[in-house]
Ligand binder design. Structure first.
Ligand SMILES: [Zn+2]
Length: 301
């Protein structure tokens, strides 16, 4: 009996580490399951190339929707056609929502399309872009399983068409994020932040937030990283970047890009056949997921 009671005490300590302390502080600390995130990234990469309008992109949408259904999360798809430098292309965004205490909302986004590369016909895009998508699914799973209610409502946007066909411009690249930012007008006052995850699975993790990202949000990421003991992985970049956060910044919404744009020595793995699952680290996916969860579950503004 005593022994059983002792085991119960140990299990309590293991299963609920720091839970009461966190709740006393009024903050919520959740973690992603790193191996779960990794398995999602692997399964998405295994779909094969996923450029906008391709059969692979459709399979990726089905994969995302299946996971959201199994987690019992509300979601919607937004399908449209658009003229691009390579002709008419069908696009599809998927947006999942977890209701918070407030109807004011945060958009957490990641693109799911992969770059159409003539030189790499079998481009798998494990980091660019399966990493962000797989990690977002694991984050949703973590929130759902915790049964915690976030302070803000969180919209999880799986963007199509981040990659440009020819050259970034008003009618090429960022198709999905431009679409969502363009439709947000009447709800804009309720959107407190847009946070982007892109290329977040590198074995050699070094998140560098591009210049031009919202400074207050970047500061909140650094604070969340400090709290999780992972501050060294998160820093400012010296350069700016056009990415799916840009249309939201242009719409006047505070936005920040969580990206590791140094993939392999001199970024040589980026948009190459080297962007494969062996370059992805479950542990590092977990670091980015935990810090982002820390931020979005407790964001004040
Ligand atoms: Zn890319």
């Amino acid at each position: 009996m005593e022994k059983r009671f002792f085991i119960f005490l140990i299990l309590s300590a293991v299963v609920f580490p720091g839970c009461s302390q966190e709740e006393q502080n009024g903050s919520v600390s959740l973690s992603v399951d790193p191996m779960r995130a990794f398995s999602y990234v692997k399964e998405i990469a295994e779909i094969g190339p996923r450029p906008s309008g391709s059969a692979g992109a459709t399979k990726n949408v089905e994969y995302i929707c299946d996971k959201l259904k199994s987690l019992n999360v509300d979601f919607s798809t937004d399908k449209w056609e658009e003229n691009t430098p390579v002709g008419n292309i069908k696009f599809c965004n998927v947006v999942a929502e977890i209701k918070g205490e407030k109807s004011d909302f945060i958009i957490l986004g990641a693109h799911y399309d992969t770059k159409l590369l003539q030189s790499v016909p079998n481009f798998l895009g494990a980091n660019d872009a399966a990493s962000g998508v797989g990690l977002m699914l694991a984050m949703i799973e973590s929130i759902v399983k915790s049964a915690k209610i976030p302070h803000h409502t969180i919209k999880f946007a799986f963007f199509d068409g981040e990659e440009c066909f020819m050259k970034y411009g008003p009618s090429d690249g960022l198709f999905g994020s431009r679409r969502m930012a363009g439709k947000i007008s009447e709800e804009k006052a309720k959107c407190v932040a847009m946070i982007l995850l892109d290329m977040v699975g590198d074995n050699d993790l070094n998140i560098e937030i591009p210049v031009g990202s919202d400074e207050k949000l970047a500061g909140q990421i650094f604070q969340a990283a400090e709290k999780r003991g992972k501050r060294k992985y998160f820093n400012w970049s010296r350069i700016g970047m056009t990415d799916d956060h840009t249309p939201f910044l242009n719409a006047g919404i505070p936005a920040v890009d969580i990206i590791d744009f140094n993939f392999g020595s001199s970024n040589l793995y980026w948009h190459s056949s080297e962007d494969s699952i062996d370059k992805i680290s479950p542990e590092n996916l977990g670091i980015v997921g935990d810090v982002t969860l820390e931020m979005i579950m407790n964001l004040e503004h």
